[in-house]
Design a protein around this ligand. Structure first.
Ligand code: GDP
Ligand code: MG
Length: 297
């Protein structure tokens, strides 16, 4: 698949090591029910992660996610294997009063840290399975006018534990102008509420111009406006993933239609290692320090 770009840009040493060991990467999707989380992860990895549920292949319907499910798959790019885990979560309800179904999501993240910590202090430290969540795709409703109180709450529960990458869900229902407005609003609110979202690293000054341009385009697209689809439609004889409307077809893979390609490029290509490093060096270290402090109390 020549659309994948990225591993080639890793420094040689990192690249060699990665080729040998393969990458382990865990991605989590979080947000209200019905925002297209399950659909998007299917689209991202061009695979039907839910095929074992025996749905007719032409159907766009995915069963409602009622519990946290982890799906694993292996992808390969330029000889580099990635063992990918996708953690799909049920959407929490919109009612804040007493309804605590956001908690299992936070607990899941904590539990992976805990397991890693246990493994690290065990005998067989060389071959630890890294199930820590390296990235959380946070889905924001296209119907609202920015973050909802529950989004703010949820993101704050997660932002010191995991790299949050915010997304505008189902962006095909908005006009380009509305997308732009919502993006600006979301970034403002993220800032005002003191939410830490994933910060793209500064681009090395010795990178070539093409890389710099690409990096800039990625950064400026946050929060990525995405469209997911399980339906394959035909455009000019070519089969593509898209959503059909009376006025035309929204193509998932068309950069003019949404930021899907940018998101995938960042996750699977250019920024996977950085997401892993931050998880290990910042989020996990935070957890460890807290854990040790608690133990010595
Ligand atoms: P989840 O509850 O967040 O996992 O949402 P689902 O993936 O189950 O999708 C909920 C509904 O929204 C389904 O009917 C999907 O076909 C539809 N849907 C998913 N992604 C999109 C999208 O990008 N645009 C539009 N318009 N509908 C979508
Ligand atoms: Mg779902």
């Amino acid at each position: 698949d020549d659309e994948f770009i990225g591993f080639a840009s890793l420094p040689d040493q990192v690249h060699r090591k990665a080729v040998k060991r393969g990458f382990e990467f865990s991605l989590m999707v979080v947000g209200e029910t019905g925002l297209g989380k399950s659909t998007l992860i299917n689209s991202l990895f061009l695979t039907d992660l839910y095929k074992d549920r025996d749905l007719p292949s032409s159907s766009d319907a995915i069963e409602r996610t009622v519990e946290i499910v982890k799906k694993q798959l292996e992808i390969e790019e330029r000889g580099v294997k990635v063992r990918l885990s996708v953690v799909d979560t049920p959407g929490y309800n919109d009612s804040v009063n007493g309804d605590e179904n956001w908690r299992p999501i936070v607990d899941y993240v904590d539990r992976q840290f805990d397991q890693y910590y246990q493994a690290e202090s065990g005998v067989n430290r060389k071959n630890i399975q890294d199930t820590r969540v390296h990235c959380c795709l946070y889905f924001i409703s296209p119907y609202g006018h920015g973050l909802k109180p529950l989004d703010v709450f949820m993101m704050k529960q997660l932002h010191n534990k995991v790299n949050i990458v915010p997304l505008i869900a189902k962006s095909d229902i908005l006009t380009p102008k509305e997308v732009k407005r919502l993006k600006t609003k979301v970034l403002e609110e993220v800032q005002n509420h003191g939410i830490n979202i994933y910060q793209f690293p500064e681009c090395d000054s010795d990178e070539d111009d093409e890389f710099k341009e690409q990096d800039k385009a990625l950064k400026s697209a946050v929060p990525f406006a995405v469209v997911g689809s399980n339906t394959v439609v035909e455009v000019a004889g070519k089969k593509i993933r898209g959503r059909m409307y009376p006025w035309g077809i929204v193509e998932v893979d068309n950069p003019k239609h949404c930021d899907f390609v940018k998101l995938r490029q960042m996750l699977i290509g250019t920024h996977m290692q950085d997401l892993k490093d931050l998880t290990s060096d910042i989020h996990y270290e935070n957890y460890r320090a807290e854990h040790i402090a608690k133990e010595s109390e």
